[in-house]
Ligand binder design. Structure first.
Ligand code: FE2
Ligand code: FE2
Ligand code: FE2
Ligand code: FE2
Length: 431
């Protein structure tokens, strides 16, 4: 069945104002919520933050009166949507529990997008980022256990593996190397445009969450771990946003933004198992169709061409969540030693030039040690073992993977060696 968003009626923007009670009263139960309802809730918060922020940014650079009226009307509506979605998280969900949710979003969303991405280069970039967020989930899982005594599986519910990926200390790059080649707005498919903008929104909010919450814990190594991973999320925003064609006009960008919101709410509504969330997705889909209608009219007036030329005639499914263990495992086994090349491409550790620009960055930021390495040392001290939640074959491969994934040229002084790691990995995780 096709769903042409431009032909759907939706709710007009003058009927979208809601009461404080309606905006703020809903929340889920952290013990009962399905992990993929939580990932939808986390992602859609990021999408709304981007919607609000983007509108403020173009309002600051445009003197088109009709555009500014639309922006003024809908900035407040996007903002209220953000509150409703974000505040679904209950007050008793800790920062680390929420953090595991953020990284589960990153892993399972990126894996889904990669498999549904028609552009090979964009897909390769998604796969590259995937292995970094996969490693973040592992490092934060150690902390969720050490600080709150929880089993990380209480959050990811067995849907996402927890084990090392490309080691976080090797995610710190020269940000110029992170810049990718952008798609061509005239030939890229609507799927590519929506995929990238969805992921940029998610990564940006992950960065924001760590920036706003990483200081919530007194433990010095945990603070530094948040600082270290937050900086990687900054690199991820830089990398993914550089895939977007910067020559799209603000009308075209606005059109893609509203369409991206429509597609994500459409997917959430289609997949949702939580009745309370489902009602919100349904209402907000209708709201976004109302935004899209005005954005499409503005685009058509200013650019003299059909909105369908940009966003097509059918919906895109950007955020379907399901277990991606097999997909991620394959990337993990084959790409852990992949690195950013010097020509907007990709390389392998053993092919990097001696003067690779990221070595200097890694040596500088990890001069006093890498907090994400110290994380593993701390749990090793306390429990003499590591937390790995994956199948037995992957568990057995972990020390070998670490050996393959570490850059010998820029090791942090506190790096856990593959030999030390092999000792820890011998024992089963126990609560
Ligand atoms: Fe919105
Ligand atoms: Fe991450
Ligand atoms: Fe990320
Ligand atoms: Fe919107």
């Amino acid at each position: 069945m096709t769903f042409n968003a431009l032909k759907e009626k939706g709710i007009s923007i003058d009927k979208q104002l809601r009461s404080w009670h309606d905006i703020a009263h809903r929340h889920f139960n952290k013990y009962e919520v399905d992990c993929y309802s939580r990932t939808r809730q986390i992602l859609m918060n990021g999408i709304e933050v981007e919607a609000w922020n983007f509108k403020h940014n173009i309002a600051r650079i445009s003197d088109d009166e009709e555009l500014c009226v639309f922006l003024a009307q809908t900035k407040r509506l996007e903002d209220a949507q953000q509150t409703t979605v974000n505040w679904f998280a209950p007050a008793d969900q800790s920062v680390l529990e929420t953090t595991l949710g953020y990284e589960q979003v990153a892993v399972d969303l990126t894996a889904w997008l990669a498999q549904n991405e028609p552009d090979d280069y964009v897909r390769e970039t998604f796969n590259f980022g995937l292995l970094e967020d996969f490693d973040h989930l592992y490092r934060y899982s150690q902390w969720a256990y050490m600080i709150h005594g929880i089993n990380p599986d209480d959050i990811v519910q067995g849907q996402t593996d927890i084990m090392l990926g490309r080691p976080t200390q090797n995610h710190h790059n020269c940000n110029v190397l992170r810049l990718r080649k952008h798609y061509d707005k005239n030939t890229a498919s609507p799927q590519t445009k929506v995929n990238i903008l969805t992921l940029v929104s998610g990564e940006q909010q992950t960065h924001n969450y760590y920036a706003e919450h990483g200081f919530a814990y007194g433990n010095e190594t945990l603070r530094e771990t948040y600082a270290e991973i937050k900086d990687v999320e900054e690199e991820h925003v830089t990398m993914y946003e550089s895939l977007i064609d910067p020559t799209e006009s603000i009308y075209e960008k606005l059109l893609i933004h509203e369409f991206m919101e429509v597609c994500n709410y459409y997917t959430c509504l289609r997949d949702e198992v939580d009745e309370k969330l489902k009602l919100v997705w349904e209402e907000f889909l209708a709201f976004e169709l109302g935004h899209l209608k005005v954005a499409a009219e503005l685009f058509q007036k200013r650019e003299n061409r059909d909105a369908e030329e940009v966003i097509g005639t059918d919906i895109v499914i950007p955020c379907h969540f399901e277990s991606q263990k097999d997909y991620v495992k394959n990337i993990l086994l084959n790409e852990i030693d992949k690195r950013l090349g010097t020509d907007n491409d990709y390389s392998k550790i053993d092919k990097l030039p001696e003067d690779w620009a990221s070595y200097d960055i890694q040596k500088a930021v990890s001069k006093d040690g890498s907090p994400t390495e110290m994380t593993i040392r701390l749990i090793s001290e306390a429990k003499k073992r590591d937390i790995i939640l994956a199948d037995d074959k992957l568990k057995k491969d972990a020390p070998k993977l670490l050996e393959k994934g570490l850059e010998k040229e820029a090791l942090a002084p506190d790096t856990v060696s593959p030999k030390e790691y092999a000792e820890m990995a011998k024992y089963e995780f126990e609560m």
